[in-house]
Design a protein around this ligand. Structure first.
Ligand code: ATP
Length: 210
């Protein structure tokens, strides 16, 4: 049994994303997750081949480097590169199972935004995911979540919890577009991404900058 200092089963958070780039809402979510769920550790996991995203993602090394810059200084966060190292498509269930094997008896908490929750029923092996993890959902826009969305899963005895997070209604897509169009000055970019990430983006001329 994998226990924490209090002798209780380890509470392990999982926060996956393309992080292309990681932005301030991701950071706020990670910090809120650690605090509200009293996690022993939060694995921030850049996704490998994102089967559910139509767009080609930035190179894994850039996304990993930016995730390390963005999350690296938060205590109890581990930037976990395992999905980037896996060949072929990566599935959340495989990652959750691997974490369980590494930490026998732990409790897994998976963190997702409301947009991901809306499509959760189309995730690969979502039933098995519900069996092994508590799903914690952060809202992204006002009242996006209704009881009906939760009711669909009732027969599967899901464990859903809400992560309380002030709405931060912006996305990596908007940030990339702003940068590509030249609409964002370096000053603007800092409102949306950590300064180290803004510097990395312009140094490597990502998203049409430079
Ligand atoms: P993109 O616009 O490229 O699709 P994104 O901004 O949605 O990117 P992802 O890296 O895909 O960012 O998100 C990782 C996780 O963070 C997802 O579960 C997503 O729902 C959540 N998330 C992203 N932005 C927010 C936000 N503004 N508020 C709450 N959750 C968010």
């Amino acid at each position: 049994m994998s226990t924490n200092a209090a002798g209780q089963p380890k509470r392990i958070g999982v926060f996956g994303g393309s992080f292309d780039p990681p932005h301030n809402a991701h950071l706020a979510l990670a910090k809120a997750a650690l605090e509200q769920f009293n996690l022993d550790v939060l694995h921030v996991i850049p996704t490998g081949h994102a089967w559910h995203k139509a767009r080609v993602l930035s190179a894994p090394e850039h996304r990993l480097a930016m995730a390390r810059l963005a999350f690296g200084n938060i205590e109890r966060v581990v930037v976990d590169a395992r999905e980037l190292q896996r060949l072929g498509p990566t599935f959340t269930l495989d990652t959750l199972k691997a974490l369980q094997t590494e930490n026998p008896g732990c409790q897994l908490y998976m963190f997702i935004g409301a947009d991901q929750f809306m499509s959760f029923g189309r995730w690969h092996q979502w039933r098995e995911i519900l069996e092994i993890a508590i799903i914690c959902i952060a809202d992204r826009t006002e009242s996006a979540l209704t009881q009906t969305e939760f009711d669909i899963y009732a027969p599967h005895n899901p464990r859903f919890l809400i992560l309380k997070l002030p709405l931060m209604p912006f996305s990596a897509t908007q940030i990339r577009q702003m940068m590509a169009s030249g609409a964002a000055t370096a000053e603007d970019a800092r409102k949306f991404v950590p300064e180290s990430v803004a510097r990395y983006i312009s140094h490597h001329q990502l998203y049409g900058t430079g």
